[in-house]
Design a protein around this ligand. Structure first.
Ligand code: PLP
Length: 403
């Protein structure tokens, strides 16, 4: 709040270094702090003067910008490519941002299938098959949006396998969207599961939102690129009135060339305040607390007869549903339909309550409910209270369903 207050208290269009030196410099510094905080590789540092980080409005904007850079890199390397042959790759679990970028840019997209058996994470083999198929049809996949922590279930794509496949297709850009889960990289013990090494090795760009699970109020989406030139090659348009001595000399960052808009807010102040007030340890404690509270929730689900987890808990997210014992004479398709119907009715009861807010999702045909812990003041008492509400409504839903 204080960061926003400070940012709003001065007129700061901030689009280039000359008109917002403090805004530019603090952002460059704070983004480098965050590289260290998350254990990202040195090539993402602004101080590397090759890669670098920039604060965008949302993860959707970050992905759009990454895809614009990917397209520009691809078409520069292969100038004869027709735009209608370019394809954006996403999976069925990618956030809407992948398809939306396709719609905005007027480009085709291909949505790759993932399976429940693989916990809804993309495998290298699926990617390889699709690439071979598309290439043989004269199509040009040029970017893959991979995810660490999908919205629906917290799935983490197999970036190791994906990286191996993409070695054979070096002109394809890998953007890793870790909008909510990425901040867990602050804790060393979650880095392996969040595939930090593979992000560092294979990603051309990486995004996480401080405004989701990083204690910063909306908006603060942090985007890093391995090579800033790909962003500026795609987005640098400099009419005379935007020219400055410093920009011409190439000695400063002009963030206007790293995103879509020209003017920008002084968002780094918000991250600065949070990092300075919580410190690395404070932020880690907060993330760990969210994960622990979710583990507590998952253990309550596991010990209950009427509920089950649909996927393994992921960081601070559990996906569950009602799954009472069913009549043995039902086929598996009928049983699935009956359970979906029950859970839809159950969810509709939950969503009419004023004291709990959960979102629903569908995972390969299975209707389920998401439980996410994230607020700084949430304690076990709140989780237990939520569990009481869930059981109370389950009792009514099950009774009505059995009648
Ligand atoms: N990516 C993931 C994995 C998300 O969970 C979300 C939001 O729920 C988004 C992207 C979109 O974030 P934003 O609102 O910053 O575009």
């Amino acid at each position: 709040m204080l960061g926003d207050l400070y940012a709003t208290s001065i007129s700061n269009p901030g689009f280039n270094w000359a008109c917002g030196p403090a805004c530019t410099e603090l952002e460059a510094v704070v983004m480098d702090w965050a590289v260290r905080l998350f254990g990202l590789a040195d090539h993402f540092l602004n101080s590397s003067e090759i890669g670098g980080g920039v604060i965008q409005t949302t993860a959707s904007d970050s992905a759009l910008v990454a895809i614009v850079a990917a397209r520009s890199r691809y078409t520069t390397q292969r100038p004869s490519t027709k735009l209608e042959d370019l394809v954006i790759y996403t999976t069925t679990q990618t956030h809407s941002l992948g398809v939306k970028a396709g719609l905005v840019l007027g480009l085709k997209y291909r949505v790759l299938e993932v399976t429940a058996q693989d916990q809804f994470a993309l495998r290298g083999e699926t990617l390889r098959k699709a690439l071979e198929e598309d290439r043989s049809r004269g199509k040009h996949p040029f970017v893959l949006v991979g995810t660490v922590g999908t919205t629906s279930s917290g799935a983490i794509d197999h970036l190791d396998e994906i990286g191996e496949v993409l070695k054979e297709y070096p002109s394809i850009w890998l953007h890793v969207d870790a909008a909510w889960a990425g901040v867990a990289l602050a804790c060393p013990e979650y880095r392996e599961v969040a595939q930090l090494d593979n992000i560092n090795q294979h990603a051309d760009s990486f995004c996480t939102n401080f405004h989701k699970w990083g204690l910063v109020n909306f908006d603060a989406s942090t985007l890093w690129v391995r090579n800033r030139k790909h962003l500026t090659d795609a987005l640098d348009v400099t009419p005379e009135f935007l020219r400055t001595k410093q920009g011409d000399a190439g000695t400063v960052i002009d963030y206007r060339n790293w995103h879509l808009s020209l003017g920008r807010r002084f968002r780094s102040l918000k991250i600065w305040f949070v990092l300075r007030s919580y410190g690395v340890d404070g932020l880690r404690d907060y993330i760990r607390k969210g994960v622990e509270l979710n583990q507590h929730f998952a253990s309550l689900v596991r010990t209950s007869r009427d509920f089950s987890l649909v996927t393994e808990p992921s960081f601070a997210l559990s996906v569950f549903r009602l799954s009472p014992a069913l009549h043995l004479s039902l086929s598996s398709a009928q049983a699935e339909e009956a359970l979906n119907e029950l859970n839809r009715a159950y969810y509709s009861r939950l969503s009419s309550r004023p004291d709990i807010v959960l979102t629903q999702t569908v995972l390969n045909g299975t209707f389920c409910i998401r439980f996410a812990v994230g607020a700084a003041r949430t304690t076990q008492m709140h989780v237990d209270r939520a569990w009481d509400v869930l059981r109370e409504e389950a009792g009514v839903a099950l009774k009505e369903w059995r009648v």
